[in-house]
Design a protein around this ligand. Structure first.
Ligand SMILES: Cc1cc2nc3c(=O)[nH]c(=O)nc-3n(C[C@H](O)[C@H](O)[C@H](O)COP(=O)(O)OP(=O)(O)OC[C@H]3O[C@@H](n4cnc5c(N)ncnc54)[C@H](O)[C@@H]3O)c2cc1C
Length: 395
């Protein structure tokens, strides 16, 4: 323990000395941070500096091994780093599907050559990744996917279409699922492969939403050639790799939208909108709702921490990630609903002077939260996984 206490005080001092002024106390809306990539943009110049500073210690990926430019920290040290970042109100230096999805999957299933090629670029924020799983006819029933890869010499030629590919128009590389054996049972003819988005034949078309934003794309693949060395795991056994990645994705979604998303307390939010009696809110029913919500957030955080602490070092998440995905995303939807009902008509703004920036963000966050129980697999699909793979119930 004394070593960990020393690590904590060294970390705090280093963060104090090296974090640029412009990132201290910076609160970023979801999706607003550093996503990296060849066309990276930064919320402010200090965020770029912050990324460079953290990359120098490997602390964008604190638990990844040092040989891939990660921080090489133990789970306990990484937890201390997270706590110190939160205590000093410093934002995450880097986000994205590289760190949270394909990186951990490569650590599990990549060859040494694949790890050395891709992991350092993820740590340094040089390459931005997107996920090519869903297709127009294959969402919940993902294993029915039809995008085809045919072997020609040492290249696969890929043809097909993906949909709901989040930020594909900004991504440099895509991890995707393709059908390599059309005659095998559907789960057995799939391969997991990495595709450079700059390859001729890859086309992305952003899907414009009613809000005017385009968080996802249709991705078309026409005679796209990809070297065989980009296959992760075994040809035709991509479903195994795909499921492992989904466990990482679901854990990430749970922590992004669940306990980890908390910035101000709900009571702080309420004080701006409803009457107080002395130092407490006047409305007893609202107090009750807020206390219940905050207790649930805390219980979720403690359960997540405990599960993470109990996991053996390096053990990737399993199907239990579905439990956290359901609870974390429903918690976030409750958070948005509660904030909305507290702000009343002020939460109904879309634009205009009658609303603060925070209120306009709330309306958009609330709408965005509807997708939480769909992305990464719907809640119904998670319930099926829990029944079958966690509880072992019969089909
Ligand atoms: C915000 C957001 C971001 C996304 N980003 C990506 C991305 O980057 N890459 C990517 O590949 N995909 C992405 N997706 C797609 C996502 O994975 C799918 O939307 C999801 O898997 C559901 O598939 P679907 O939309 O085809 O719905 P469907 O599968 O058609 O489901 C429709 C309804 O039927 C229910 N249902 C289906 N099957 C069953 C069953 N067996 N038992 C009970 N109920 C069932 C579902 O729960 C749902 O309510 C994203 C989605 C969202 C909302």
């Amino acid at each position: 323990m004394p070593d960990l206490e020393q690590f904590r005080s060294d970390t705090r001092q280093w963060l104090r000395e090296n974090s640029p002024q412009g990132v201290r106390g910076l609160v970023l809306a979801l999706g607003e941070g550093n996503w990296g990539g060849r066309r990276a943009t930064y919320p402010n110049p200090d965020m770029k500096r912050w990324l460079e500073v953290m990359v120098s210690r490997g602390w964008t990926a604190p638990e990844w091994p040092k040989q891939y430019d990660g921080g090489g920290l133990s789970k306990a040290e990484a937890k201390i780093l997270r706590e110190e970042l939160a205590a000093l109100r410093l934002p995450e230096p880097l986000s994205g599907f590289g760190l949270t999805m394909i990186g951990p999957t490569l650590l599990q299933y990549g060859t040494e050559e694949q790890k050395r090629e891709h992991l350092p670029k993820i740590v340094r924020g040089e390459i931005r990744w997107c996920q090519g799983y869903s297709e127009p006819g294959s969402g919940s029933d993902l294993a029915s996917l039809q995008t085809k890869a045919v072997l020609h010499g040492d290249q696969y030629v890929i043809n097909g279409q993906k949909v709901w590919t989040s930020y594909a128009n900004y991504a440099d590389w895509m991890f995707m699922l393709v059908r390599t054996d059309p005659d095998a049972p559907k789960h057995l003819g799939i391969t997991f492969i990495l595709v450079d988005m700059a390859t001729p034949g890859v086309e992305t078309r952003p899907i414009k939403l009613i809000s005017g934003s385009s968080p996802f794309c249709e991705t078309f693949l026409t005679d796209v050639t990809v070297p065989v060395k980009n296959v992760i795991g075994t040809v035709n056994d991509g479903w195994t790799v795909a499921k492992a990645l989904l466990n990482h994705e679901r854990s990430m979604i749970a922590s992004a939208f669940g306990a980890g998303a908390k910035r101000r307390t709900m009571a702080d939010w309420a004080r701006d909108y409803v009457d107080s009696e002395g130092d407490r809110l006047a409305d007893a029913a609202l107090r009750q709702r807020i206390v219940q919500f905050e207790m649930d957030v805390l219980a979720f955080k403690l359960t997540s921490d405990r599960t993470r602490d109990a996991a053996k070092a390096g053990r990737p998440p399993g199907p239990e990630s579905s439990l956290f995905k359901i609870y974390g995303t429903e918690l976030n939807q409750r958070r948005q609903e509660l904030m909305l009902s507290i702000a009343g008509p002020q939460s109904l703004g879309w634009q205009g002077e009658g609303f603060t920036e925070r209120e306009l963000t709330l309306t958009r966050d609330w709408l965005r939260s509807r997708g939480n129980t769909i992305e990464g697999g719907t809640s119904e699909v998670q319930l099926n996984i829990i029944a079958k793979r966690v509880l072992g119930l019969p089909d």
